[in-house]
Structures are given as structure tokens and as C-alpha cells.
Design a protein around this ligand. Structure first.
Ligand SMILES: *Cc1c(COP(=O)(O)O)cnc(C)c1O
Length: 271
């Protein structure tokens, strides 16, 4: 397992990978104010709030849905993020929300939901650069597809013959190859295996089977995983192994993309 969860408690895992070049581009463009988007439990909002505070940017988060309070949003505020709640219809038109905002804030810099961008994917290529062994299979969880796009690019650059697997954590995950091509149009998406059957009812949904797997895995290994992303990821790998999906002796890497604060929203269901 590649433990990207250890990068930082709140600029965690792939969120740091994605923000690294986004923040560099913002700085190069002379921008001082990061503006981004997410749900009320978004790891990306929290990572952006924390990274903004760390590297000297103001931050604004547009939050989907009616005004709520929860530990994730409280952490965002403590890190200085300004929160603006927007109804679901307006939220769909992010460029418009941003246009309205940037008019009065010329220092603003647009960051798409989940950090979806080629800058974001570029940071994720470095996960591959850091590996000292080669693998037959590499697995990651997919939300926007930015991380797997970067892993794919990283493998191609090193001419690795690794099979990349994305475990989609939301229902209707067939859009992932198109999302990858949206970042790198020349990607041969045939090289990707996208698993769309491990969403457990949809984004941030869980089931007793998933919960009990997470408890068992964490208690046995000391490695904390959570129901929104990494729990579904690890469940899929164990389930595929049980079904003899892998050859004996196959070398498998799982990328722990962090996001452990997701537990705070589901802890009562989890135990
Ligand atoms: C945001 C997130 C993902 C999704 O990554 P994408 O690059 O959007 O596909 C995966 N794992 C964790 C822990 C996350 O927080």
C-alpha cells in the first residue's frame, strides 16, 4: 500500500498531490485567493482551506446545498475559508458562480470541484515516480478521475506495463474514461480497468458489509480506512482476490488516498 494518507492530516493524500501544481499555477498567475467547490463533507474543500492557510492564499468554498454545520465545514472555517452555500441548481453552473465572484475579486483563482484539472493530474503522476518496485496491478479510488489520469500518465511516461484499476465510489461510474480523456485527450483508455460495482449504493453510502470489512481491516492492520473512498477501494481488492481475479504471485499496489476525516460524517453508522 502506498500510504499517501501520511502526507498531512488535512491536506491529505491525493488532495495534496492535486493541489501542488494548482497552487503553483495560481502563484505564477499572481493570484491570491483560491475559489473552489464541494459538498458539505468534501475532503477537497478542507484540503484547499488548509493549503491556502499554509501557503498564504485566501480561500472561498462554494458548498452545495442548504446551509449546514458539520465538523468538516468547521475545520474549513478554522483554517480561514469563507463558505458560501448555494442551492443545487446554481451549484451545477460553477463557471457562472465563479464569474460572478471574480468580478469583485480580481485575485481569485478557479479550482474545479475535487481539483479536477491537468495540474491536479500532474501532481498524481509523482505517485508513480516515487515507486521503487514495479507492480502488475495498481488500484486507486475514483471520484472525478483526476488521480487515475495522473497515475496513467505516470505509468506511460515510465513505459510500465502495470494494469491500472479505478474503483468508482459513486453510482454510474462509466464517465471515468471520458473524464480521463478530458484531461489527457491522447490517453488510450483501454489500458484502464474501471470497476463500477463497488459503490455500495452511491457516493458516501455504506452498508453493514462494508462497515464490518472496514472495522476488520483496520483492527487487523492498524491502517485506518473510511467508508467514502478507501473502504470501497480495499473491499474491491479483497473481493476480487476472493474471486481469483489475480494470478498467483501478482504484485498489487493499493494507493491510500487519505481522506480519513470522512469518518466523522459516518462514524455512527460505521460501528
Ligand atoms: C477525493 C478523493 C478521491 C477521488 O479522487 P479523484 O482524483 O477525484 O478521482 C479518492 N480518495 C480520497 C480519499 C479522496 O479524498
Amino acid at each position: 500500500m502506498k500510504r499517501d494518507d501520511k502526507i498531512h492530516p488535512f491536506i491529505s493524500g491525493n488532495k495534496w498531490r492535486k493541489l501542488k501544481y494548482i497552487l503553483q499555477s495560481a502563484r505564477h498567475a499572481g493570484k491570491t485567493h483560491l475559489v473552489t467547490f464541494g459538498g458539505a463533507w468534501s475532503n477537497h474543500l478542507l484540503a484547499t482551506a488548509c493549503a491556502g492557510a499554509t501557503f498564504g492564499f485566501k480561500t472561498t468554498g462554494f458548498v452545495r446545498g442548504e446551509a449546514v454545520s458539520n465538523p468538516n465545514l468547521s475545520l474549513c472555517k478554522i483554517y480561514g475559508m469563507e463558505l458560501q452555500f448555494v442551492d443545487r441548481t446554481s451549484y451545477r453552473n460553477k463557471p457562472l458562480l465563479y464569474e460572478q465572484y471574480v468580478t469583485s475579486n480580481p485575485g481569485a483563482y478557479f479550482i474545479d470541484e475535487g481539483g479536477y484539472s491537468t495540474d491536479g493530474a500532474q501532481g498524481c503522476t509523482e505517485i508513480i515516480d516515487e515507486l521503487s518496485l514495479t507492480y502488475d496491478h495498481i488500484f486507486c479510488a475514483c471520484g472525478t478521475g483526476t488521480t487515475i489520469a495522473g497515475l496513467h500518465r505516470g505509468c506511460a511516461r515510465k513505459e510500465l506495463h502495470t494494469r491500472l484499476h479505478g474503483v468508482v465510489v459513486l453510482a454510474g461510474g462509466d464517465f471515468i474514461p471520458a473524464a480521463v480523456r478530458g484531461l489527457y485527450p491522447d490517453t488510450e483508455v483501454d489500458g484502464l480497468t474501471i470497476h463500477t460495482d463497488y459503490h455500495f449504493g452511491g457516493y458516501a453510502k455504506t452498508t453493514p458489509a462494508l462497515n464490518s470489512f472496514i472495522r476488520q481491516f483496520t483492527a487487523q492492520t492498524g491502517i485506518l480506512i473510511e467508508p467514502v473512498y478507501t473502504g470501497k477501494l480495499l473491499y474491491s481488492v479483497f473481493d476480487l482476490a476472493k474471486r481469483d481475479y489475480f494470478n498467483v504471485g501478482a504484485r498489487i499496489l493499493v494507493v491510500h488516498t487519505g481522506g480519513l476525516t470522512g469518518i466523522l460524517g459516518l462514524h455512527e453508522q460505521l460501528v
